[in-house]
Design a protein around this ligand. Structure first.
Ligand SMILES: [Zn+2]
Length: 285
């Protein structure tokens, strides 16, 4: 039986996603860069740490290392994410690291954040990133119990493998990783047959502090040169797509494939030819 390998929408073999933490005033500029290149990101916000609405306007705040973590106002984040292009995800109600918490306390910090985001942004929220990258088996248990589908760590893999353990989701690298441009080049030029995910994380305030906005501009510009090969998506869009692919049902001899989901799926048969398996349909491969 020929193996069936995941292909992203449009039959693309590559996907790119971003994950940025903390809900910072500089997220506005970062979203502007992603929008310019048609790319999509996930923003992990803490619902209890917004700056007061009557505080200094963000454009007046001079970000220095001491004020690096000055948060955005809730209204600014709501305006930024109102059109649903980018994903809002859980980051714990007040950024307390989850790794050493008992399960009931971790659940409270996750579920309260999820409820607040769902109310504030008017959509279902199922993603998360670990505050300070701190996790444990207990934290994973708490996330699963809170209906969270995936949660990002800060452990760089420098690889493009499709995640298997979504509640311990390791990114490819941070945006300041010295190898990021080499990785980007090999991502674009790879002629393998397996699907690839490039996953970048960071904090937008780091671009302000490090004075390196050109780094993310250059990265996006480089990956935009291969837009016909790469699917740009949020974290949850990638999760949902991979799960739809994994839900495909095959006949005993493998020649029939049924897609029981509501997502159209692409696959490669034996790494040789691509097939399209529409939602709810059975296809001969
Ligand atoms: Zn954080």
């Amino acid at each position: 039986m020929a193996d069936l390998r995941l292909r992203f929408p449009g039959g693309k073999r590559r996907a790119l996603t971003f994950s940025y933490d903390d809900g910072l005033p500089s997220d506005v500029r970062l979203v502007g860069i992603f929008d310019k290149y048609g790319m999509k990101g996930t923003f992990n916000l803490n619902s209890n740490t917004y700056r007061p609405e009557d505080g200094e306007p963000s454009e007046n705040i001079k970000i220095e290392r001491s004020t690096m973590w000055t948060r955005a106002k809730k209204s600014e984040m709501q305006a930024l994410f109102s059109d649903g292009t980018h994903e809002v995800a859980v980051h714990g109600i007040s950024h307390t690291p989850l790794g050493n918490l008992p399960v009931y306390e971790a659940v409270e910090r996750i579920i309260c954040d999820r409820v607040a985001h769902e109310r504030d942004y008017g959509r279902i929220i199922r993603g998360a990133a670990y505050p300070n990258g701190s996790f444990s088996d207990t934290a994973v248990e708490a996330l699963a119990a809170s209906g969270i589908a995936y949660c990002r760590t800060t452990t760089a893999t420098r690889s493009f493998d499709i995640p298997k353990d979504w509640l311990r989701l390791d990114p490819t690298c941070h945006h300041n990783d010295p190898q990021i441009f080499e990785l980007a080049k090999s991502f674009i030029e790879s002629d393998g047959k397996d699907p690839m995910l490039f996953y970048v994380w960071g904090h937008s305030s780091e671009f302000v502090i490090d004075g390196n906005w050109e780094r993310i501009e250059r990265f996006c510009e480089l990956l935009a040169t291969a837009s016909d090969l790469i699917w740009y998506a949020t974290n949850i869009e990638i999760y949902d797509y991979v799960k739809a692919f994994e839900a495909l049902i095959r006949s005993a001899d493998g020649t029939l494939v049924f897609n029981p989901t509501s997502t159209d799926v692409f696959a490669s048969v034996g790494g040789k030819r691509d097939v399209f398996i529409p939602a709810g349909s059975t296809v001969t491969v």
